[in-house]
Design a protein around this ligand. Sequence first.
Ligand code: ZN
Ligand code: ZN
Length: 254
Amino acid sequence: MFVDSHCHLDFPDLANNLDEILGNMQQNNVTHALCVSVNLENFPRVRALAESHDNLFASVGVHPDYENLIEPDAPQLANLANHPKVVAIGETGLDYFRLKGDLEWQRERFRQHIQAAKQCSKPLIIHTRAAAADTLRIMAEEGADSIGGVMHCFTESWEVAQQAIEMNFYISFSGIITFKNATLVKDVARKIPLDRILIETDSPYLAPVPYRGKTNQPAFVRYIAEEIAKLREVSLTEIAAITTNNFFSLFKIA
Ligand SMILES: [Zn+2]
Ligand SMILES: [Zn+2]
């Protein structure tokens, strides 16, 4: 069995075909998926998905790409996370690729999320793009190691992966790992301890080869597992089992 540790089933491309998407998961032995929140306005939809399906879970958080909204504070986030199917805080982090200029608000928002995770004892889902040094610095300054979490859709170097692992974080690989030119990510996947690996689709984005460019969906997470198995020269069954175990232990799902 496979688990998709990061998807956006509330986004229209997927939400409008939910029955088909869930059927495809079942057919491909993708047993569980974590629906990740990107802003508080849509959070009730994410939570509703988790409430109405045993095999779906939710997170709560505000993505760094969403500008000009009322900033969530730590107690508010921790309060929203106080729900049996809400298993993480995020996605949160820094994105210096999509947005430019004075991004102090992004860093402050990230700090609030780390504090919330510590307050409610739920792990973090961290998004970092073109901002690895600041991301690691703020994680260290706010004591993110005491709660841990996952660096989602990982595209950074082995050095960055090692520092995140030292702070008690998992590394999650998306469909990018199946792209021919993704040499850095493939290198990380070869070196990382197996007990630190997660897999995700980040659907509807980033469909893996052979669906690159199409709408992604949780059923496609198996292609990411296949690529990791190939890179490490181990069986697909082994990668499926370890990534599933890692998911359940990180998100404390019984
Ligand atoms: Zn992300
Ligand atoms: Zn995402």
